[in-house]
Write a protein that binds this ligand. Structure first.
Ligand SMILES: *[C@@H]1O[C@H](CO)[C@@H](O)[C@H](O)[C@H]1NC(C)=O
Ligand SMILES: *[C@@H]1O[C@H](CO)[C@@H](O)[C@H](O)[C@H]1NC(C)=O
Ligand SMILES: *[C@@H]1O[C@H](CO)[C@@H](O)[C@H](O)[C@H]1NC(C)=O
Length: 623
C-alpha cells in the first residue's frame, strides 16, 4: 500500500495530539483498518523497545480457520514518544478474513494487540470502509469494530509469552545461553593474538590433541564473516564494520600473492604469506563464499550510510577484493575444473557444494555489478556463467536410479556437503531451495544410514536432561576415517548435525511463506517416514497433492518438520560442554567431544541455525 509521507506525519501529529502515546504501557496497537477487495489493510503503532522487531497480522478466514499470517512493514518513526508507525496490506484471497489480531516480537518478547482484551480480536466484514479509531483511549476500541460475521467461536490467541507449538523449551533455554557464548568464542578467533588484522583462524592454536587449524582458510573465514555481517545488520555497530575493513585489507594482501593455485588456494598463513606445503588444491568454493560475504557487507555498509566510493574501491579499486574473485569463478576452466577439491579437501571432481556457491556468488555479483557499482558488462557475463552452472547442476546432479543427489559427479552420493550446499548456496530464487524434494529425499536416506555407522546411534536416542528425543549423530559421510588428528575412524561432527536442523527450519519457513506444500513421490517417504530420520507425519498424505495453509495436512507436516529439526539441535546440546564451547567432532562411541577445540565454523553453524529457528518463531504461525 502506498502511503503519502505527509499524511503519515499528519497522522502521527494527530495521534500525539490525542494523547494516545501518553501511556508507554501500550506496546502495540491497531489504529485503523479496513477490508476491501480481498485486501485487509491498516495501521499499527508499536513502542520502540529495540531496533529489531517483527510485527505480524494473524487472521482467520471466513470459515474461522486460523493460522494465516501476513507481515506488517515499517513505515516511519520512532517519534519523540518513541513509537513507530507500521502498516499492513494482506491479500487474503478468496478464503477471506473474519477476524485478526497483531503479534509483535522484539528483544525476545512477544506482545499482542487483541483489541483491548484477551481473546477479543478485531472483527472484519466484507466490504468495509476504512475504520479509523475514534477513541483517544488505547483500550476502548469496541466502537471501532464492524459487526462480526464469524460463524464459529474463534480459538483464543496465545497468551503473552507462550511458546509456539512445535518448539521445545529445552532447546529455547539452551540456545538462549549457547548463542551468546558462540558469538564471543567466534569473535575470539578473528584478529586473534599472533595473527595479522583481518585474519579469521579456523581454530585457536596450541592444541596437542588435534591437527593444527591455526590458519586462515578462505571457505571457513568467509562463512564466518557472513555471520559477522548479520550481526552488523542487526546492530549497525562500527566494531563489526571495522572487522570487515580489516578483513578486506588482509584479503587484498593474500589475493595478490602469486600463490600456487592463485585464488583457488585453500588456506594462508596467519602472517599473510602463502602456505606452500602439500594440500588438496585448488578449492574453488572459497572465492565464491568470499565474494558473497563482501557483496552482502557492501550492501549493508551502504544502507548504513557508507559511501559508494568505498564500495566501488572494494569492487575493483586499489583495495579491490570482490571483482577478482568473481572473475576467477566465472571462468569455465575454474567452475568446470574436475581437478577441484571438495570442502573436506579429499575428493577431486565437480561438487554440488562448490557449484551452488559459485552460482549464488555470480548471481549476487551480477545484481551488484548492475545495480550498485555500474559495471554492466561484468554483470551480464556473470549472469551468463551462473546460468551455465545452473544447467550443469540441473542436468547432472540428481541420480534417478538411486533417487539421491550426487555430492561429487561420478563420485560420492550421500554426504553432509548436500545440506551444506543448500544452506550456503541457495540464492532465494527457487533453484534448489531447502524444500526441494530431491534434497529432502537425499537427507532422509542419508540420516537413516547413520544408524549403523556409529554405536552412538544404537544407544538411547533420549536426551537424559530433557527426556526428549534426539536425532542420529551425523558425520561428514559414511566410512569417514578422519578423527580430527589423523586417520582411524571418523566421528559425527557438530556442524554436520546442526545443518540438518537449519535445513528443516528453513524448509518449514519457506512452506509457511509459500502457503502450501506439494507432496511428491520423492518427499512423501521423508514426511511420513518414522523418526529419527523422517518427519513422522501420521495424517494421510498422497503424492501429487498440494496442501494449503490451514489444512490439517499442512499443519501436521510443519509440526513434524519443525520438531524433527529440534531433535538435531538437541543432539548437539547433548554433546557440548557446560560452557558451550564446541569442538569439531564428538566421539562415535562415547559422544565425548574430540578433534579441534573451538572450531570457528561450529560457532557460525550454531548461530545460523538459531537464526533460522528464530525466523520461524517470528512467523507466529506455530502459535
Ligand atoms: C492509515 O494512516 C494513514 C496516514 O495517516 C491514513 O491516511 C489512512 O487512512 C490510515 N488507514 C487506516 C485504514 O486507518
Ligand atoms: C572499475 O569498474 C568501473 C566500471 O564498472 C570502471 O569504470 C573503472 O575504470 C574500473 N576501475 C578500475 C580501477 O579498474
Ligand atoms: C575453547 O574455548 C573455551 C571457552 O572459552 C576455553 O576455555 C578453552 O580454553 C578454549 N580452547 C582452546 C584450545 O583455546
Amino acid at each position: 500500500m502506498k502511503v503519502n509521507p505527509q499524511a503519515i506525519l499528519a497522522f502521527a501529529l494527530a495521534i500525539l495530539g490525542l494523547g494516545l502515546f501518553a501511556d508507554a504501557q501500550t506496546p502495540v496497537k491497531v489504529t485503523g483498518y479496513g477490508y476491501i477487495g480481498n485486501v485487509l489493510y491498516g495501521n499499527i503503532t508499536v513502542y520502540n523497545y529495540a531496533y529489531t522487531k517483527t510485527v505480524t497480522v494473524n487472521y482467520a478466514d471466513l470459515a474461522s480457520s486460523w493460522s494465516y499470517t501476513c507481515a506488517a512493514s515499517y513505515s516511519s518513526g520512532p517519534n519523540s514518544a518513541n513509537y513507530e508507525f507500521w502498516v499492513f496490506s494482506c491479500n487474503v484471497g478468496s478464503a477471506g478474513v473474519s477476524q485478526f489480531y497483531i503479534s509483535y516480537v522484539t528483544n525476545g518478547n512477544t506482545y499482542y494487540d487483541n483489541n483491548g482484551g484477551y481473546g477479543v480480536n478485531y472483527k472484519v466484514t466484507q466490504p468495509t470502509t476504512t475504520t479509523t479509531r475514534a477513541s483517544s483511549s488505547p483500550t476502548n476500541t469496541a466502537s471501532a469494530s464492524p459487526t462480526a460475521t464469524a460463524s464459529a467461536a474463534p480459538p483464543p490467541p496465545p497468551p503473552p509469552g507462550s511458546k509456539p507449538i512445535g518448539f521445545s523449551q529445552d532447546i529455547t533455554t539452551w540456545l538462549t545461553a549457547a548463542v551468546p557464548n558462540a558469538q564471543s568464542y567466534l569473535l575470539a578467533n578473528i584478529n586473534a593474538a599472533g595473527t595479522l588484522a583481518g585474519v579469521v583462524v579456523a581454530a585457536p592454536k596450541a592444541q596437542p590433541t588435534s591437527q593444527n587449524y591455526f590458519f586462515h582458510w578462505i571457505r571457513d573465514a568467509s562463512l564466518v564473516m557472513d555471520v559477522v555481517r548479520q550481526w552488523y545488520d542487526q546492530t549497525k555497530s562500527s566494531v563489526y564494520q571495522q572487522l570487515f575493513f580489516d578483513h578486506r585489507d588482509f584479503t587484498h594482501k593474500i589475493q595478490i600473492i602469486n600463490a600456487l593455485t592463485g585464488l583457488g588456494e585453500a588456506k594462508f598463513n596467519v602472517d599473510g604469506t602463502d602456505f606452500t606445503g602439500g594440500w588438496c588444491r585448488p578449492q574453488n568454493d572459497g572465492p565464491a563464499f568470499r565474494a558473497s560475504a563482501f557483496i552482502r557487507f557492501s550492501k549493508s555498509y551502504l544502507s548504513n550510510g557508507g559511501t559508494l566510493a568505498t564500495v566501488v574501491d572494494m569492487w575493483n579499486g586499489t583495495n579491490s577484493v570482490i571483482k577478482p574473485d568473481l572473475e576467477y569463478i566465472s571462468q569455465s576452466t575454474n567452475y568446470l575444473d574436475t581437478n577441484g577439491c571438495d570442502l573436506w579437501e579429499e575428493q577431486r571432481g565437480l561438487h554440488l557444494f562448490t557449484m551452488m556457491a559459485q552460482r549464488r556468488a555470480l548471481l549476487e555479483g551480477a545484481a551488484f555489478a548492475q545495480s550498485v557499482v555500474n559495471d554492466q558488462g561484468a554483470g551480464t557475463f556473470y549472469k551468463q556463467q551462473a546460468q551455465a552452472i545452473e544447467s550443469k547442476i540441473s542436468s547432472s546432479f540428481f541420480s534417478t536410479s538411486t533417487n539421491t543427489l550426487y555430492t561429487t559427479l561420478s563420485g560420492r552420493q550421500l554426504d553432509s556437503a548436500i545440506p551444506l550446499a543448500i544452506i550456503h548456496g541457495y540464492n532465494d530464487d527457487g533453484f534448489y531451495p531447502p524444500t526441494s524434494d530431491q534434497v529432502l529425499v537425499s537427507l532422509y536416506k542419508f540420516a537413516q544410514g547413520f544408524q549403523t555407522e556409529y554405536t552412538l546411534n544404537q544407544a538411547s536416542l533420549i536426551d537424559s536432561a530433557s527426556g526428549l528425543s534426539m536425532s542420529y549423530a551425523i558425520g561428514r559421510y559414511y566410512g569417514d576415517t578422519y578423527d580430527g588428528k589423523g586417520n582411524s575412524k571418523g566421528n559425527p561432527w557438530y556442524l554436520t548435525t546442526l545443518v540438518f536442523a537449519e535445513l528443516y527450519y528453513r524448509a518449514a519457513k519457506l512452506y509457511i511463506d509459500g502457503g502450501s506444500i506439494a507432496v511428491t513421490s520423492l518427499n512423501l517417504p521423508f514426511f511420513t517416514g518414522a523418526r529419527p530420520s523422517g518427519a513422522g507425519v501420521t495424517v494421510s498424505l498422497s503424492a501429487g497433492s498440494t496442501y494449503a495453509k490451514g489444512s490439517a495436512q499442512f499443519d501436521a507436516i510443519i509440526a513434524g518438520v519443525v520438531s524433527l529439526a529440534e531433535t538435531y539441535v538437541r543432539r548437539v546440546k547433548h554433546h557440548v560442554s557446560a560452557d558451550n564451547h564446541i569442538n569439531e567432532q564428538y566421539n562415535r562411541d562415547t559422544g565425548v567431544a574430540q578433534g579441534v577445540d573451538n572450531l570457528t565454523w561450529s560457532y557460525a553453524a550454531l548461530t545460523t541455525t538459531y537464526n533460522a529457528r528464530q525466523a520461524l518463531v517470528n512467523t507466529g504461525y506455530l502459535a
